[in-house]
Ligand binder design. Structure first.
Ligand code: ATP
Length: 727
C-alpha cells in the first residue's frame, strides 16, 4: 500500500520561506520531501490543531513548524512556516476560506497584521492625533466582498486610515484583496475595479465554499506542486514567475481555445511570462517524441535568445527540446533556404530600401514617382500583403497608405516594382521583407498542396502543432500569412501576446483579413509586475491623446493598467544645450552612486547621441557599455543605447536623454505633415511608442532629460515637475 501524499505549497507560504536562512529553507525542502513520502512518519509529528477540521501542524526542524491544510484524504497544502513558539500561541489568528468569487483557497494570518496596524494606528504614548477618515469608508462590506476582498480581513480594512497601513496589510493579504484595495486606493471607480480586476479572475463555475478539493486546483489558488519546482525555489537562479502566476495569467495559460487567441496588456504585465508558460503547458500535452511541434517566435534576434534562456529556466532542456525557438525573419529565411529559393542572394536591411529605390529611379531615368513613396508601397502593400499578381494589386486594400491610387497609377507602380526586383536580383541582394513574402508564398503553396493531398486521401503534416508568438504587434502581414500556413486551423493553433502601444516597427495588420481569427478569444493583462505606479502614471501621460488598434480592426486602450509597486516619482529636467544635458546625466548617475553593475541604463534617440554619452561617461571614468542589436555587449557597466534597442530589456534605473523637440519625434517626419497626413500620424505614433517602451523599462527609478524645447510628447504636467520650477 502506498503511504505517499500530495503536498502543495501556497505562494504566500513560499514568500515566508524565502525569508528564512538557507539552512532553514533546505529544512523546509527536506520536510516536504519526507512528508510526501509518508506523512505519518513519526519524526514529522503531524497533528490537528485545536480540534480544527483542517488546520494541522508538522515539524520542519527544531525551530520551525509547518502549518498545513488538510484538503482531502492524502492531499495537503502547506500554508505557512512559522517559528514553533508562534504556531501554538493563538490559533484563532489563522483564517482560511474559499473565496466565493475566485473559488481559490485563501489563508490569512490576522494577528501580526492586526498587532502592527493597531499598534501604529493608536500609539499608546503618542499625543492624540486628529481622527483620520478610514480609507475605504465609501464602500459597504457587501461591495468589498463582491469585489472579492477576503472576508476575515474586513475588520482590519475598516481600520485603515493611511497608505503605510494599507501597504503593511496588503503585504500579507491574498492576491485579489491586494489588487482590489490598491485599485480602489488609486482612485479607480468601483465598476471599473469590478470589470478590470475581479471579473478576469472570477471562477468559471459556481463556487462551493466547502469543496477544498475543487478549490485547490483553481488558478486562484497559487500553488507549487512538485519537488522540481521546490528545488528551483531553493536554487540560486529561481525567479517567482517560474512558479507563481497571477490567477489571471494562469487562466490564460491553461485555457483551451477553439482557435487563435491573443493576450494584450501594458508593458511589464507578464505577457512574455504567459507566452512561456503557455508553451510549457502545450508541451506537457504532447505525445512523447523527439520532434519540435511547437514554434515560439518573436520579432527580433535578441528577444528570441532571451525567450530561449527563460524557457530553459522554466522547463529545462527537456522542454526546450520540443520547441522551435526562432525569430520571425530567421524562420522565413529558413523556409526560403530549404526551398533553395534565395540561392546566392544576400539579405540587406529594409532601411536601405529607400536609398536603393532612389538609385534605381536615377539609373533608369524614372522621374514620375518619389522613392520613399514607392519603397513604402512596395514594402507595406505589395510585399506586406504577399500580392502575387498585378490583378491582386489592383484589388488590394491599402490601409494607412495615405493618398489613393488610380488603376493606371497602380499599373505603373506594379511594373516599376517588378523592374526594381529584377534590378535587385541582378545585384545579388534582397530585403527581409522580400524574404518574408517569399516564405509566406512558399508556405501557402505548401499548405494548399497538402490540403489537395488530404482530400485525395494522402497524409499531410503541417509544420507545427502549436504556434506561440510574442511581441505580435511588430509582425508584418507576410509574417502572419506564413505562420497561418504553418499550422492547421483548429483548437490551440495560435497563441499571440503583444501590445500595440509598443509597436516600434511600421507593421499594421488586421489579423482576421490574414486568416487569424482572434475575435472572442482576446484578453488583456492589466497588472504591471515591472514598474512602480509612479513611473507607470507618467508613462501613460506620454500616451495622452493617441488611439491604438487591437490588431483586428478595433481599438485598444490601457484601461485598468496598474501596479502594486511603489517608488519615487520620475525626475523631469531640461537643459539649455546638449553639453549641459550630459552634465545632468553625469549628475544623475552620481546621485545614484554611479552603480556599474549593469542595473542602470541610458537611452537616447540616435546613435550619435549614444556615442556622445559613452565618451562623456568614459571621460568621467564610468565604464559605459553599448547596447547592440544582440543586447548589451557586457552585463556590467552603465548600458547606453538608442530607443529601439530597449525592447525586452529591464533596468532598475533609467535615464532617457535627448527627449527634445525635433528629436522625439524625429524632425524628418514633419515633411509628411501636409504631404501624407496618415503617414505623419503613423510615424509620430511610432516615435511616441518608442518613448513609451523606453520609459516602461525602468523598474524603480526614471529620469527624463531634454535640451532646448522639450518633446511635445512630454505633457505640460510632466515638464512642470522640473525641480526649481514653480508650477
Ligand atoms: N507572475 C509573476 N510573478 C513574478 N514576476 C512576474 C510575473 N509575471 C511577470 N513577472 C515579471 O514582470 C516583468 C515583466 O514581465 P514580462 O516581460 O513577461 O512582461 P511583458 O508584458 O511581456 O512586458 P513588455 O510588454 O514590456 O515586453 C518580468 O521581470 C517578469 O519576471
Amino acid at each position: 500500500m502506498s503511504t505517499g501524499a500530495t503536498l502543495r505549497m501556497l505562494d504566500r507560504a513560499d514568500k515566508e520561506v524565502m525569508k528564512l536562512t538557507r539552512a532553514d529553507i533546505g529544512a523546509v525542502y527536506e520536510f516536504m520531501h519526507k512528508f510526501r513520502h509518508n506523512p505519518e512518519n513519526p519524526g514529522l509529528n503531524l497533528k490537528s490543531l485545536n480540534g480544527d477540521a483542517r488546520l494541522m501542524s508538522a515539524r520542519v526542524n527544531k525551530d520551525y513548524r509547518a502549518l498545513l491544510l488538510h484538503i482531502a484524504d492524502r492531499d495537503y497544502l502547506l500554508v505557512a512556516v512559522k517559528h514553533r513558539g508562534e504556531v501554538y500561541d493563538d490559533l484563532s489568528r489563522y483564517a482560511y476560506r474559499i473565496n466565493r468569487i475566485t473559488g481559490g483557497i485563501e489563508v490569512v494570518d490576522l494577528a501580526p497584521i492586526g498587532d502592527s496596524i493597531v499598534g501604529r494606528v493608536v500609539p499608546p504614548d503618542a499625543d492624540p492625533q486628529p481622527a483620520q477618515k478610514p480609507l475605504f469608508d465609501a464602500y459597504t462590506d457587501t461591495q468589498l466582498l463582491d469585489l472579492g476582498v477576503a472576508e476575515p480581513l474586513l475588520p482590519q480594512i475598516r481600520e485603515l486610515t493611511a497608505e503605510a497601513e494599507l501597504l503593511e496589510l496588503l503585504d500579507r493579504a491574498p492576491q485579489l484583496t491586494t489588487d482590489v484595495l490598491f485599485a480602489l486606493f488609486d482612485g479607480t471607480r468601483y465598476d471599473e475595479v469590478l470589470q478590470q480586476v475581479t471579473e478576469p479572475v472570477r471562477a468559471d463555475e459556481p463556487v462551493d465554499p466547502e469543496d477544498f478539493e475543487a478549490a485547490v486546483d483553481r488558478p486562484a489558488t497559487q500553488v507549487t506542486s512538485d519537488d522540481e519546482a521546490l528545488q528551483a525555489i531553493i536554487g540560486e537562479a529561481f525567479e517567482r514567475w517560474q512558479i507563481f502566476l497571477h490567477p489571471t495569467q494562469r487562466k490564460l495559460v491553461e485555457k483551451k481555445y477553439n482557435g487563435p487567441a491573443r493576450v494584450g496588456g501594458g508593458p511589464g504585465t507578464g505577457k512574455t511570462i504567459v507566452a512561456l508558460h503557455r508553451v510549457a503547458h502545450l508541451a506537457r500535452q504532447l505525445p512523447p517524441g523527439t520532434d519540435k511541434p511547437i514554434l515560439l517566435t518573436t520579432f527580433n534576434r535578441n528577444l528570441a535568445a532571451d525567450l530561449r534562456t527563460r524557457l530553459l529556466a522554466l522547463g529545462g532542456q527537456e522542454l526546450v527540446a520540443r520547441v522551435d525557438i526562432v525569430n520571425i525573419d530567421r524562420l522565413a529565411s529558413r523556409v526560403v533556404t530549404e526551398a533553395k529559393a534565395g540561392a546566392n542572394r544576400r539579405v540587406i536591411d529594409d532601411n536601405q530600401v529607400v536609398e536603393l529605390w532612389t538609385e534605381f529611379l536615377l539609373e533608369t531615368g524614372e522621374s514620375g514617382w518619389d522613392a520613399e513613396f514607392l519603397a513604402a508601397e512596395w514594402a507595406q502593400v505589395i510585399l506586406g500583403q504577399v500580392l502575387n499578381s498585378r490583378t491582386d494589386y489592383f484589388k488590394a486594400r491599402r490601409p494607412n497608405r495615405g493618398r489613393s491610387l488610380t488603376r493606371v497609377e497602380r499599373d505603373q507602380i506594379w511594373q516599376l516594382t517588378e523592374r526594381f526586383t529584377t534590378w535587385l536580383d541582378a545585384r545579388g541582394i534582397w530585403t527581409w521583407r522580400q524574404v518574408a513574402q517569399r516564405a509566406a508564398r512558399l508556405e501557402m503553396d505548401r499548405a494548399a498542396a497538402a490540403a489537395g493531398e488530404s482530400s485525395s486521401g494522402s497524409f499531410h503534416r503541417p509544420r507545427y502543432r502549436h504556434i506561440v508568438v510574442d511581441e505580435a504587434q511588430d509582425l508584418s502581414a507576410a509574417h502572419w500569412k506564413m505562420l497561418r500556413a504553418m499550422v492547421a486551423v483548429g483548437p490551440d493553433d495560435m497563441f499571440l501576446t503583444g501590445d500595440t502601444h509598443q509597436r516600434i516597427y511600421d507593421n499594421h495588420v488586421t489579423l482576421s483579413s490574414l486568416g487569424v481569427h482572434i475575435r472572442g478569444r482576446s484578453s488583456r493583462l492589466t497588472l504591471s509586475y515591472r514598474t512602480t505606479r509612479q513611473i507607470l502614471a507618467d508613462a501613460l501621460q506620454i500616451m495622452t491623446g493617441e488611439v491604438y488598434d487591437d490588431l483586428d480592426g478595433g481599438e485598444e486602450d490601457l484601461a485598468g493598467y496598474r501596479s502594486l509597486l511603489r517608488g519615487e516619482p520620475p525626475v523631469f529636467r531640461g537643459a539649455a544645450t546638449w553639453a549641459q544635458e550630459r552634465d545632468l546625466i553625469a549628475e544623475q548617475l552620481r546621485g545614484w552612486g554611479n552603480p556599474t553593475d549593469g542595473s542602470v541604463a541610458i537611452c537616447v534617440p540616435t546613435r550619435e547621441f549614444a556615442a556622445d554619452v559613452i565618451s562623456r561617461l568614459e571621460a568621467d571614468g564610468v565604464p559605459a557599455v553599448e547596447i547592440g542589436p544582440d543586447g548589451p555587449k557586457r552585463p556590467d557597466g552603465v548600458h547606453v543605447g538608442t530607443m529601439h534597442r530597449f525592447k525586452g530589456l529591464e533596468y532598475q534605473r533609467m535615464i532617457i536623454a535627448g527627449v527634445s523637440d525635433g528629436l522625439v519625434p524625429r524632425q524628418m517626419i514633419s515633411r509628411y505633415r501636409d504631404a501624407d497626413p496618415k503617414r505623419y500620424q503613423r510615424e509620430r505614433q511610432r516615435d511616441r511608442s518608442l518613448l513609451f517602451v523606453a520609459a516602461t523599462r525602468a523598474r524603480d527609478e526614471l529620469a527624463v532629460f531634454w535640451h532646448g524645447t522639450p518633446s511635445p510628447f512630454l505633457t505640460a504636467r510632466l515638464v512642470q515637475r522640473q525641480p526649481g520650477l514653480v508650477s
